[in-house]
Structures are given as C-alpha cells and as structure tokens.
Design a binder for this molecule. Sequence first.
Ligand code: NAP
Length: 494
Amino acid sequence: MADSAPDLTSNLPLRPFIDGKPVDGTSGRTSPLVFPGNEQEIGRLSECSAADVDAAVRAARRELEPGSAWSKMGPNDRQRILYRIAEALRSRADEVARLETLNTGKPLAEAKFVDVGEAINVFEYFAGWATKVTGETLPDRPGAFLYTRREPVGVVGAITPWNFPLDLAVWKVAPAIAAGCCIVLKPASLTPFSILKVAEIALECGLPPGVFSVVPGSGSVAGAALITHPGVDKVAFTGSTEIGKWVAKECAEHVKRCTLELGGKSPNVVLADADLDAAARGATVGIFYNKGEVCAAGSRLLVEDSVHDAFMEKLLARTAKMVPQDPFHPKSRLGPVVSKGQMESVLGYVEKGKAEGAKLVAGGTRAKVREDGKGYYVNPTVFDEVDNDRHSIAREEIFGPVLSVIRVKDEADAVAVGNRTMYGLAAAVWTRDIKKGLRVAHGLKGGTVWINSYNMYDPALPFGGYKASGWGRELGSVAMDAYTEVKSVWVDLA
Ligand code: NAP
C-alpha cells in the first residue's frame, strides 16, 4: 500500500520553544523522530540541556515579578487569552491533528475530533475559571477582619507522556494559565510536536513570552533538570508509576507541591444482566481505543461466569472487525503503536501470557498493513481464562491492545477481584440494574468509574488515581486548587 501521508516532513516544530521563541537546544544533541506508521525518520529534534531548562525557568520567574507583562494582566486578560487559544486551535485543528498523528500513530480523525477537540474544551473550561477563583471572607471576630486569597502557586514544571501528548499537556497548561502561574513543560521525547505548536499559538494569542515554555529532551536530562530546579514551585507529572515514585522523592526533598497521574490496570466489569452487545462494544472501546495506550484502559475484563460464553462470542466478533490501518487513512480506527520498543514490549507480554498459561483467543501478532511490512502495527489481542493473581498480563500495565478476560462468580467477587491490583485509576461496570451499578461503582477503588460506558471524559469531571495510580486530580474545579496557594490574611481592627 502506498503512503497515504505523503507530506510527512514539512512544517514540523523540531526546536525547543523558550521565552517566546524557537531556539536550538544547547545540548548539541538531536534525536530522531519516527512516524510509527511506516518507520520513516521524519525529522530530528533538538534536545534541551539543563542550561536550557534553567533559561526557561528564569524567564518564567521573571514573568511572576511585579512589573512584568504577565503580572500586569488580570483574570479577564487570562480568560480572554485562553478563549483565543481555544479558538485558534479550532481553526487550526487539521494542522495540530496531523502533528499528533505523525508522532503517535493515532488515527487522524481521532486526533482531530477527540484529542484536539478535547484540548479546545479544556482551554474553554479553564478560561471560565480564570475569573472565578476567589478567596473567602471569614466569620466576624471581635477586633479583627479575616479573609483568604488564592494566589498562583508560582512556576509549574510539567512532564508528560507520549500517549495523549496534546491533551495531557493541556490539562496542566490551561489551569496553570487560568490561575496566573507560569509553566515550563517537558514533553515525552517521542511526541513533542503538538504542544510545541500550541506554545507558538499561545504566544500569537497574546500570552507574554516566558509564561509558557516547552523544553523537549530526554527524561534523565531535561526532565530531571526541571524537577530538581529550585525555581520550580510545583511539579505536575504524568507518566509511569516507576518514574512517578522518583519524581515524588525529589519533590519531597525540596518540599515542592506535586501532582502525579500514573499507571493503571483498570477493571471493566460485565455483570450477567448487562446489555451484552453494548458491553462488548464498551469492552473493545475500553482496550483498543488509542491502541490500548491509555492509562485508564479497561485491560482487565471481569465477566460474570453465567454469561461468559455468550459474551465472548460477541466480543470476539467485534474484535475481528478491528483491523489495524494506516492512521492517515480516513477510515482508520486502529493505528500502529507508538514505537518499535513499545511494539516489542507488547508482543513480549503476549509471549509471557501464553507461557504462563492464559488462553490466546485473538491476535497476538504483529499486523502486516503495508506491502513492505513496515509500521509498528499489532493485531488486537484477547486472552481468555486469565488468572487475576497469577498471570503477569493481569497484574502489569501493558499499555497496548491486549485484553485479559477474567471470570468472576458474582457482583461481590467482581468488586473483590477488581480491587486486587496495586493500581486504582479507573473502572467500569455494565448492568441494567442501576442499584447494582452504583454498588459496584462505589465498591471499586478507582478515581473514575463509568457505568454502562467507557473512556468518557469531561473537562469538569476530575481525573486521577487511587493507590499507585497517583496523587491529586486534574480537570474540574479541584484542578484550580493544585495551581493556587491559599493565603490567610488577619487584619487587626482593634
Ligand atoms: P514514562 O517513561 O514515565 O515517561 C513520562 C515522562 O517522564 C516522559 O516525558 C519522560 O521523558 C519523562 N521522564 C523519564 N525519566 C525521567 C526522569 N528521570 N526525570 C524526569 N522525567 C523523566 O512514561 P511513558 O512511557 O512516557 O508513558 C506511559 C505511562 O504513563 C504509563 O504508565 C501510563 O499509564 C502513564 N500515563 C498515566 C496517565 C494518567 O493520567 N494517570 C495518562 C497517560 C499515561 P522521555 O520521554 O524522554 O523518557
């Protein structure tokens, strides 16, 4: 099959964006960026050194000083800028979506309508908050007047992963700007394009230089320099639990504020009274959407014993229809996984699943999408008869299109098995009985629980994890707490 994406290399943002302009990283290093749909190198990214991170943080600190362009802007100015960014993204959705697909391999239509669409919604949502962050006037006290004010937390150091490079960055950038903070963001090395473009767009929309810089580079150099920088007041990290633990230790050392959005192994529960067609659709959306590279993916499917066989028939029929395709093809719904390393890791888990005794009933192989066999495509994979406690594929986050089906006896067993994991990011339950649905939703330890749906997000609905899935929440009104400090003021009136 010929490339359906002929224009792979033009207009790519390949340089750090610091203090309002694209610059070359002073590390002198560049790293190759590869389109996962055909393995072609499309450009080389200029990487930041610790000195570049320092320059970005200094510019951010400057903007927090009295007299700076940013400090002269009030809530209405911030709101206006955020709305302008949303509007600019709306009119440039094709351009930004193309960049997202080039880096991640996600289908272009999804990149445009889901990823860019969500980013627009999030900018608009937090635009509203810019003018609504208030303190309190406290009850009268003889001889004193007491009140609180909310002040920006300061300079935010943000680090993001490669699965939703645009949205997970915007979840941090939008509330930070709304609160009056400055933000320096290090994107994942594999996927810097979309947020570099947004930084450029934000400047055009009136955000003063230095308020929002993007410092691409390796995690161990640029990422570590950002987290440990004394000029960073708060760290917002999304990534693996392993790196998240290290980030938490570093933040503890310097008593920095810190929010962590980490991994997951989310249970998707199908009870016997569910609409099995809807549940089968929800199960495939839960695990195959974005090739399973979703922190909240429903990677453990807990099916009540009595409907197991009937349900599996429907699930496998749906899975057979999910054929990987070039992400630039207009009908593509399943693209390649993000990189060679990730493909090898996913296929390694398939081998482990087989070796440990789970029953492979669909996929499990690399898919040939192109004549030349190139591209990191993996067939959607389903294992049946998985043991929740014994099999690695049920315990470890695979972050790919691999589903583990686990039998459960009843509702209570579903909650017990669902909670037997170190993670607690998300969960779902399929049932026609709302009482059962609510009982299961309340019993499962996860930051988000869907009833009769999966992978649905709203800017007003907080997102984050229990247990090893993280600290704190993004989105919703609570996100504003993460980007502000409360100051208590006592005024003596005596
Ligand atoms: P990762 O390896 O932890 O990397 C995440 C980010 O941290 C990248 O930008 C990475 O840079 C950077 N990094 C790596 N080492 C670092 C260090 N020593 N200091 C500072 N930064 C460092 O995770 P990933 O493989 O990109 O993403 C997949 C993981 O993210 C999964 O576990 C997934 O569940 C999780 N995730 C969670 C959520 C959520 O909201 N809870 C959402 C999406 C993803 P490099 O790219 O240069 O390595």
